[in-house]
Ligand binder design. Structure first.
Ligand code: GUN
Length: 658
């Protein structure tokens, strides 16, 4: 029912399949009032809507009509419709005249596409006792709803809402319990009060603790979120759907939504965007209008900016610039900036979902960028690398550093035990923001060259880099730090002697490709892949490495855009022979073995196991349960998702071994 088409961080462009058609996600479901609706939301871009089954149920007239003609005709929308259950009314009025079972039955009767059980929206910051007691009821009802739907063979899909107030462990517990059910979508509930009071930091905790314990193969819906200001952040945390009455509620109050916040019409001298409403009317025109006409035009603007933002977000996911968009959006309000900083505490989780390579470059937009998964990933790899005896630290220059590094390296200060430098036993690294230290051999691999940062370093990045150096100098016997690096930093390194002997760096293509292979596939891969009569072929135009052979046999191609090594049949064989199961492997079941051997792509449902370090865009080996090499290809999803999904492609196979 849900498939991922493109990913960036936890954000995904997906397709949600319903009986009334497919919907591209992330998407916004405008709230339709079953009686008062004046705006045709479809005309302004709505692909899916949400309405309230309880309001229909409570109105005798609507109830009868809905049962007769169905929900789609009742609200005049032929696309997918989600219904809410009255839980929101429960949270506002304290009570509703309907049971959980009744509301499930009623939603099926009126032919909703996606129904919701009667969860208890527990407000933020309540006592733990209250949150726990409510949660028990929410869980019981979610289970009752799913069991009832299944026992009656109902057609509708079901939401199971995550509650737990602002207690991260209760959100996790709720998500874990709901995951055991056969629900179709997982909304995250009771977040409206957090958003209304600008408690975005707490929103990050609530959402991250929920999504990290929900299945990756089901869509998540941030309930009641309808302000475009937070869409990008929420999508980066893994939310796929939004719903809101904000477009019309704000319009009734003469307020215009924007990604920078909310504008009151009374304060506007200029219209805030380039949508058709903003192009065709001035603030004075709107102020002079009858209330209803003005409300509808402002609602139209509100929908326009919301859908425009969602298009931009999906585009950012396709091109791999979602975090740049999030960082931009989170500068619209100090509390959003606080939320972005809070998200930095979850980078270990986000890293599991972030593709290894992207179409667009990594932009450093402030110290928050230092907590992005790309940085964390590089640091982890660097820490795991085998080290030589000595280290030479060079200042950043033009990228790629290895291309422009001169063979004579200038003045250095020595840290540690001063001894003659053995070039064969020395690591050469460039000090860099945001990646800390970049070994010269691997500097062309994504994102170590494909990034931009200001040439001057701010205080936070200086602190980051100083911590980095302090950690790394301890791993080596002797560290030679270039004088230009010392000038940039204020590190209290003791035992520093000046040294002016000339140090030389000799470029070595074989060392370089081996280091890239180790970085990409794991330590030892370089020696295993590039043994024999190695020939390195370069592009005549750019001088970049393109193909690597053993004699006449191709082992790998090096992709120009990100310097990733793309295996050939021989490369796959060598990598397979040199690495231990399940490293770099995706294991498929018996049934799919012949398809893999023929080079057909691997669907997630055929995967029985995979290396937990696999990320989207990794080059992987496809093996059977006896570890026989069947094929090789490119992962479209990360290990967590490959394991969870039962539909869609997991690996785009490059070639079968047949
Ligand atoms: N609408 C906004 N918040 C909620 C919630 O927590 N539960 C339900 N069912 N609907 C909502």
């Amino acid at each position: 029912m849900f498939e991922i088409k493109a990913k960036d961080n936890r954000g995904r462009v997906g397709v949600l399949k319903t009986n009334s058609g497919d919907v591209k996600t992330p998407n916004l479901m405008p709230v339709i009032h079953p009686r008062k609706q004046t705006i045709d939301v479809k005309k302004y871009g709505a692909d899916i809507v949400i309405t309230n089954a309880y309001l229909i149920y409570k109105d005798e007239d609507l109830k009868k009509k809905a049962a007769e003609i169905g929900l789609h005709k009742l609200i005049n929308f032929d696309g997918p419709i989600m219904t809410d259950s009255g839980s929101f009314q429960l949270s506002v009025y304290g009570d509703v005249d309907i049971t959980n079972k009744e509301v499930i039955e009623f939603q099926e009767l009126i032919k909703t596409d996606i129904g919701t059980s009667l969860d208890i929206p527990t407000a933020p910051f309540v006592t733990r006792e209250k949150a726990e007691a409510d949660l028990e009821v929410t869980l019981e009802r979610a289970k009752e709803a799913v069991d009832y739907r299944n026992s009656q063979n109902m057609e509708m899909k079901l939401n199971s809402v995550v509650q737990g107030s602002t207690f991260p462990d209760l959100r996790r517990k709720c998500a874990d319990e709901l995951t055991k059910l056969d629900a179709d979508l997982y909304p995250i509930g009771a977040v409206v009060p957090l958003m209304e009071s600008y408690h975005y930091k707490e929103l990050v905790d609530v959402v991250m603790n929920s999504v990290a314990h929900l299945p990756d193969s089901k869509p998540r819906h941030l309930m009641g979120a309808g302000h475009p200001m937070i869409f990008a952040l929420a999508v980066a945390m893994g939310c796929d759907l939004f719903d809101s009455a904000a477009y019309i509620l704000y319009a009734e109050d003469d307020r215009l939504l924007s990604v920078r916040g909310t504008y009151k019409l009374e304060n506007l001298q200029e219209m805030p965007c380039s949508c058709e409403v903003c192009c065709n009317y001035t603030p004075d025109d709107l102020r002079a209008m009858p209330k209803e006409k003005r409300r509808d035009l402002i609602a139209q603007h509100n929908l326009n900016v919301s859908f425009a933002e969602l298009r931009l977000i999906r585009q950012a996911i396709y091109e791999g610039s979602l975090m740049e968009l999030v960082e931009e959006r989170c500068r619209a309000h100090p509390n959003l900036l606080e939320a972005l900083r809070q998200l930095g505490n979850y980078s270990k989780d986000l890293e599991k979902y972030d593709p290894r390579s992207k179409k667009s470059a990594f932009f450093y937009t402030g110290s928050e960028s230092l907590y992005r998964s790309e940085v964390l990933r590089h640091i982890q790899k660097l820490r795991a690398m085998p080290r030589k005896r000595d280290l030479v630290i060079l200042p950043p220059s033009r990228k790629p550093y290895s291309k422009y590094v001169s063979s004579k390296l200038g003045n250095f200060y020595v840290y540690g035990s001063e001894q003659e430098l053995d070039l064969n036993n020395t690591d050469f690294m460039v000090l860099d923001i945001p990646f800390g230290l970049i070994p010269l051999e691997i500097d062309e691999i994504y994102p170590l060259s494909q990034n931009e940062s200001p040439r001057t370093w701010d205080v936070s990045s200086l602190e980051f880099i100083e911590d980095f150096i302090s950690e790394f100098v301890e791993y080596y016997d002797q560290v030679l730090i270039h004088s230009n690096v010392i000038k940039k930093l204020d590190i209290g390194l003791y035992n520093i002697h000046s040294q002016s002997d000339e140090i030389r760096y000799a470029k070595d293509d074989l060392k370089k490709v081996k280091a890239i292979a180790d970085y990409q596939f794991g330590v030892g891969a370089g020696d295993a892949l590039f043994a024999g009569n190695i020939k390195i072929e370069k592009s005549k135009k750019t001088g970049k490495i393109r193909h690597i052979y053993d004699g006449k046999t191709l082992i790998v191609n090096m992709r120009a855009s990100d310097s990733f090594l793309i295996l050939s049949k021989e490369g796959a064989k060598r990598l397979h022979a040199a690495t231990q199961y399940p490293k770099n492997r995706v294991v498929v079941n018996k049934d799919s073995e012949p398809f893999s051997l023929e080079g057909k792509s691997v669907f997630a449902k055929f995967v029985v196991e995979c290396d937990e370090d696999i990320r989207a865009k990794d080059e992987v080996l496809i093996v059977n349960e006896e570890d026989k090499l069947l094929a090789y290809g490119k992962a479209l999803l990360g290990a967590c998702e490959i394991n969870d999904f039962q539909t869609g492609q997991a690996i785009k196979t490059r070639k079968g071994m047949k």
